[in-house]
Design a protein. Structure first.
Length: 310
């Protein structure tokens, strides 16, 4: 049986496809997104409390390097096989090199429910993978177009909502630890799965809307890429996890992150940086295809693949 949080995503997807009047108010969705990213950061920071050391630096740099490799692999496929323009290929590659906070939240819940060991620094993987691909592809696109502004791109990426909430949450959780955050535990930490369920309900509705707003069959090459790429990209995460000798739960999380595509941070950065890119295409691929493929089909597959090495 599906995990309960995935069942909420399926409910939203069905409601959207049958054109129900079910809606999650925008203000509530934004609040849930803020709370989820903050709580993910807090949980990671609490796990790091008293356990942070310089020995983690090579591991985090290796994870960040994965974030640079993924778009480099995707870009030529998108240009030559999917036949996208340079702007659209840069945009989609940035989405697929970056990661999905929603997928991260789901896979962490899955790992915890399955009793898989998670390294304290696992939440930092999300932070380390959020930016490199976006910055790299925006700089590449600016190189192709002969424009500058790399420093501004980097600054906008570093000050984005997701990075600030995740990074700030990690810092607060690390500084205060479980004891200092005890007053917030009943609402924020214990309420994590409830918030995730409601967030995924809206994600299901968004997925249905992305199908209604476009013509997937007209972009069948991109849709095929969006459906198949996660299963190939996941092996990048598994390979890095094995190289770093991560525990099984952390390996599963890294595989799922490598397989995911951003639909929050990447669109926000690309909207102004690559004005000629069709964000609808990237959103349809990342949210309409890859996200449901991962949460409904991919995660159990990645878990079996990872388990083969442990």
């Amino acid at each position: 049986m599906l995990d309960i949080v995935i069942a909420f995503f399926a409910l939203g997807l069905v409601a959207g496809l049958v054109k129900s009047d079910l809606k999650v108010p925008v203000a509530i969705y934004d609040t849930l997104a803020i709370l989820l990213m903050l709580v993910l950061g807090l949980k990671g920071g609490m796990a790091l409390h008293g356990a942070l050391s310089a020995a983690l630096l090579p591991e985090l740099l290796a994870v960040a390097a994965l974030g640079l490799v993924l778009p480099v692999v995707c870009y030529p496929v998108l240009r030559r096989l999917v036949r996208l323009s340079a702007d659209d290929a840069s945009s989609v590659a940035a989405h697929y090199g970056s990661v999905s906070a929603g997928t991260f939240a789901v896979v962490v819940a899955l790992a915890e429910r399955s009793g898989l060991a998670l390294a304290p620094q696992t939440t930092l993987y999300l932070v380390m993978l959020e930016l490199p691909a976006i910055v790299l592809m925006l700089l590449w696109q600016r190189h192709l177009s002969g424009r500058d502004g790399g420093t501004r791109v980097l600054w906008e990426a570093l000050t984005s909502r997701g990075v600030l909430l995740l990074g700030g949450g990690v810092l607060i959780g690390y500084l205060y630890g479980p004891v200092g955050l005890a007053p917030l535990k009943p609402v924020l930490i214990d309420g994590f799965k409830t918030m995730l369920s409601l967030y995924l309900l809206e994600m299901g509705l968004c997925t249905a809307r992305s199908f209604a707003a476009s013509s997937p069959l007209r972009h069948w090459r991109l849709m095929l890429f969006a459906a198949l790429a996660p299963f190939a990209l996941a092996w990048g995460g598994i390979g890095v996890a094995l190289m770093l000798q991560l525990p099984e739960g952390s390996a599963l999380v890294l595989a799922a992150l490598a397989a995911s595509a951003s639909y929050i941070a990447a669109p926000a950065a690309i909207r102004s940086a690559i004005p000629n890119a069709d964000l609808g295409l990237a959103t349809l691929a990342a949210l309409g295809i890859t996200f449901p493929v991962n949460v409904l089909l991919g995660l159990p597959v990645y878990q079996r693949w990872v388990h083969c090495f442990y």
